[in-house]
Design a protein around this ligand. Structure first.
Ligand code: PSU
Ligand code: MN
Length: 307
């Protein structure tokens, strides 16, 4: 069965130890509105290239988990309104069914690790939802990161979540978390979630050294590299809090649950902030892709995977 495909450009870069950055496709298909989503997906790949790394956007095409979508495949994932959101557990079902699918942080991490890609950029991780005590809604991103050796550059976890509970879960699950030039955990749309971090790195080289140490110690959990949006570019915190309160009330009123929750709240933010949240979200993704590519280069110079 041809379940996994790594196109030649990505395979060659990996074989030669050159820098590669995995990118996810759920944020393209379900996190950003059409048609801007396709432009953002292409731009982010271009940023990774500009920084001297090979981009590998991950998705499932006709039942083949593909680590490095070509432009036509990227367009297919970005423009189809029906493409399913696949977490790690959904991958075998989509493969066996011959389906297309967009991959979340969890499923992208699994496929990137399987392909031998260490660096991965996204917007914000999934995590523990507010009211999780009743709903039990905790993103599979967390458990997956506990057993998947990738380094994920993100702007923390989405601020629609219970950030404190998510940080506790990351600790329990043994996921290493480090701030990039900060000891404050970022809040996705906001530069600071209000929660401190114990550790920070100041350069791509230092981040690569942490990855090398994880490997040397035989640890197989992920590294979360938390990269905040600069404060002058964040969403206005007062607006953020108002919009979030209204969005959570609307979620309850409409009885939305499961994997619809995250896309619903992101769309609510876009509409209620007249697109300001979209600007911030796109900027976060750009910044994270750039940093991931720089770390991938430092990691490659470190002797990627060979140390
Ligand atoms: N980052 C973004 N936008 C997104 C996501 C991340 O800027 O839409 C996606 C990721 O794919 C992440 C998912 O894995 O949201 C979390 O979904 P859930 O809460 O249903 O696990
Ligand atoms: Mn969920």
């Amino acid at each position: 069965m041809n379940a996994l495909r790594i196109p030649p450009e990505v395979a060659a870069a990996l074989a030669a130890g050159r820098p590669v950055v995995a990118l996810e496709s759920t944020l393209v298909a379900h996190g950003l509105p059409r048609p801007e989503n396709l432009a953002v997906a292409r731009e982010v790949e271009a940023i990774v290239r500009e920084e001297g790394a090979v981009p590998a956007t991950v998705g499932v095409i006709g039942g083949v988990a593909t680590v490095g979508l070509d432009d036509a495949e990227l367009e297919r994932i970005a423009s189809s309104p029906e493409v399913p959101k696949l977490s790690a557990r959904d991958l075998p079902l989509a493969v066996a069914a011959g389906s297309d699918g967009a991959t979340t942080v969890a499923s992208t991490a699994v496929l990137a690790a399987r392909a031998g890609i260490r660096l991965f950029a996204t917007g914000g991780l999934g995590g523990v939802h507010r009211e999780a005590r009743e709903s039990w809604d905790e993103s599979a991103d967390l458990l997956t990161l506990s057993r998947t050796p990738v380094a994920v550059v993100c702007a923390g976890v989405k601020s629609i979540l219970d950030v404190a509970a998510t940080l506790e879960r990351l600790e329990t699950l043994g996921v290493t978390v480090v701030g990039f030039r900060t000891r404050r955990f970022p809040g996705f749309y906001l530069s600071d979630s209000g929660h401190p971090l114990d550790w920070a790195v100041d350069s791509p080289e230092q981040a690569a050294a942490v990855i090398a140490a994880q490997q040397a110690l035989g640890q197989s959990a992920a590294l979360v590299i938390a990269n905040p949006i600069p404060p002058e570019r964040q969403l206005d915190p007062a607006l953020h809090d108002r919009v979030l309160t209204a969005g959570l009330a609307e979620l309850r009123r409409q009885g939305i649950h499961g994997k619809e929750v995250t896309p619903f709240l992101l769309a609510h933010f876009r509409q209620a902030t007249a697109g300001a949240s979209l600007q911030v979200n796109v900027e976060i993704i750009r910044n994270n892709a750039r940093l991931a590519a720089r770390i991938a280069r430092a990691w490659s110079e470190h002797g990627a995977g060979r140390g």
